[in-house]
Write a protein that binds this ligand. Structure first.
Ligand code: TRP
Length: 335
């Protein structure tokens, strides 16, 4: 039987999961774990580029694990682990850095953006972010990397570094990973502030989180941006209204959507009613996640067990790679 491609993706631990994250990425991870050998990790080494407080680090990382488990990742099916539990990644990162050039690293868009955003902290880790990301990917010899558009250039760098290693040592060792685009399966979730997609950096009230209290969801939805209502039959919906209908598409029943759509088209719609319904449907949708997050949060031993299990499996595979790589480079066998 042909081996299924290995899938790997890194998760930035930057706060709680919202509906945009869920429909944009996590839901697809949950699906992929059924059919592929999947590795998903929390990118906590990468987080050091912004110098987080040691007191917050563990808690934040565990919270992300809890939310991904609540969202449906199954530690028996996918390998779920912390980047920093695989120190072999740092060794491979060192090797890759020897063949990564200043010029190519400086040209990376995400580097330029971060340098602009934190001019007082343009550290070497920021510059070499793509070599660490490459190490994450190729240490598990992954084939497919589900990432958003913003990460495609970083992934192209990974391909370059993997090819360069193979060429330099005249080996056919690392698979050249491909970006995996969800395309059709990708659902863009708009925010509640009238324009653009859901995101936590767009300000309070724009995003709805999987662990959001029902009362808060109600409040946020009732405050969502609308307009003064349709004035002509069958007129096109402006963006803020279209956004509310888009949200309904993922949480409400088709006949409910049709009902409000008809009301919009004959100008009898009351946005208050629509929002009330939308809030109810979002609450019904998020309730099981909310409950599971609560349950998992009170089960510290289980979370530790999951993290240990993932570390063990991911590490076993990483040690295999680093052992080969050291041999290819010409170092002594130590692992
Ligand atoms: N750079 C990714 C992001 O910002 C996170 C990440 C780190 C990653 N290492 C990775 C993604 C390896 C895919 C594969 O979202």
């Amino acid at each position: 039987m042909e081996k299924k491609p290995t899938v790997l993706s890194g998760i930035r631990p930057t706060g709680n999961l919202h509906l945009g994250n869920y429909f944009g990425a996590v839901k697809n991870f949950v699906k992929m774990q059924e059919t592929n050998d999947c590795y998903f990790f929390i990118a906590d080494y990468h987080m050091l580029t912004t110098h987080p407080n040691p007191k917050d680090l563990q808690g934040n990382v565990r919270q992300v694990i809890i939310e991904y488990l609540a969202a449906g990742l199954d530690p028996e099916k996918a390998t779920l682990y912390l980047q920093s539990d695989i120190p072999e990644t740092a060794e491979l990162y060192l090797f890759l850095n020897m063949n990564a050039y200043m010029g190519e690293l400086e040209r990376v868009t995400t580097f330029k953006e971060k340098a602009r955003k934190q001019p007082d902290n343009i550290n070497a880790g920021l510059l070499t972010y793509p070599t660490l990301m490459a190490a994450d990917i190729i240490i598990q010899r992954a084939h497919l990397v589900p990432v958003g558009k913003d990460q495609e250039q970083n992934l192209e760098m990974t391909r370059t570094f993997a090819r360069r290693f193979n060429r330099m040592y005249k080996v056919d060792y690392f698979p050249i990973p491909k970006a995996y685009n969800f395309n059709d399966e990708l659902v863009k979730i708009p925010g509640l502030d009238g324009s653009g997609k859901m995101g936590k950096s767009e300000g309070e009230g724009n995003a709805i989180f999987l662990n959001e209290d029902p009362k808060m969801i109600h409040k946020k939805v009732m405050r969502a941006v609308t307009d003064s209502g349709p004035t002509e039959m069958n007129q096109q919906k402006p963006e803020p209204i279209q956004n509310l209908f888009e949200l309904m598409k993922v949480v409400s029943k088709p006949d409910v959507i049709e009902h409000f759509n008809d009301q919009y088209n004959n100008c009898t719609i009351r946005y208050g009613d629509l929002k009330k319904q939308l809030a109810e449907d979002i609450i019904a949708f998020t309730a099981p996640f909310y409950e599971r997050i609560k349950e998992l949060s009170s089960n510290e031993d289980y979370i530790t067990k999951v993290i240990n299990m993932g570390a063990e499996k991911a590490r076993e595979n990483a040690v295999k790679t680093i052992r080969d790589v050291r041999e290819i480079i010409g170092f002594r066998k130590i692992y």
